[in-house]
Ligand binder design. Structure first.
Ligand SMILES: C=C(O[C@@H]1C=C(C(=O)O)C=C[C@H]1O)C(=O)O
Length: 185
């Protein structure tokens, strides 16, 4: 097969996947509305691990890692979408972090310094870096120290707390990492 012919196949696959992806996001939106009613967490690790185990088990070893990564990213994007819908969760996470830091969202700022911790083995830190990129937020500086199996991270992000993408990113980190703090602005 020529490169062009293979690309025709890839285009056909993308055409088939698009409505399925949109349907999955629509379902995630319904899940978010249900969680709004019940107050449930957006991130349900056991459910995600069960999905990965169920789906990836029979995938050929040559592409299994790629498929697991695909699922993990798909689910983190689905969570991001849910945080975007649940604006009251964003407000709560950010208001609490600002209050703990003695800061006000009204303060003039163009960057935000945050701190949080992740389990080193699960390395969810990688997902947050990826999420910053997907939210079009630049990481200006980054410090990571690993101590007793935990990654302690400090980073300065370019942007403003009133920006929707920044709020979604910080809400996701705030809800999914440990000890999220806004250190300064
Ligand atoms: C969709 C849900 O929310 C999150 C996203 C998931 C997904 O995209 O499959 C699975 C579990 C949750 O972490 C859910 O709780 O079912």
């Amino acid at each position: 097969m020529t490169l062009d012919e293979i690309r025709v196949q890839i285009d056909a696959v993308d055409t088939q996947m698009k409505p399925l992806f949109l349907k999955r996001m629509e379902c995630a939106g319904c899940v978010a509305e249900t969680k709004r009613e019940t107050g449930g967490d957006v991130f349900v690790l056991e459910r995600e691990l069960a999905i990965i185990e169920k789906r990836a088990g029979d995938v050929a070893p040559e592409v299994r890692d790629e498929y697991v990564m695909f699922l993990r990213h798909l689910m983190s994007v689905s969570r991001r979408y849910q945080y975007g819908i649940l604006t009251e969760k964003q407000d709560r996470v950010l208001a609490e972090a600002l209050e703990a830091a003695g800061l006000s969202a009204e303060k003039e700022h163009s960057q935000i310094e945050i701190a949080f911790a992740c389990d080193a083995e699960a390395s969810d830190f990688n997902l947050f870096v990826n999420m910053a990129k997907l939210n079009q937020i630049s990481i200006i500086s980054l410090n990571l120290e690993t101590e007793e199996g935990r990654q302690k991270i400090r980073m300065i992000l370019k942007g403003n707390l009133k920006d929707q993408k920044m709020r979604q990113l910080l809400c996701q980190i705030g809800k999914e990492a440990e000890g999220f703090q806004i250190v300064g602005m």
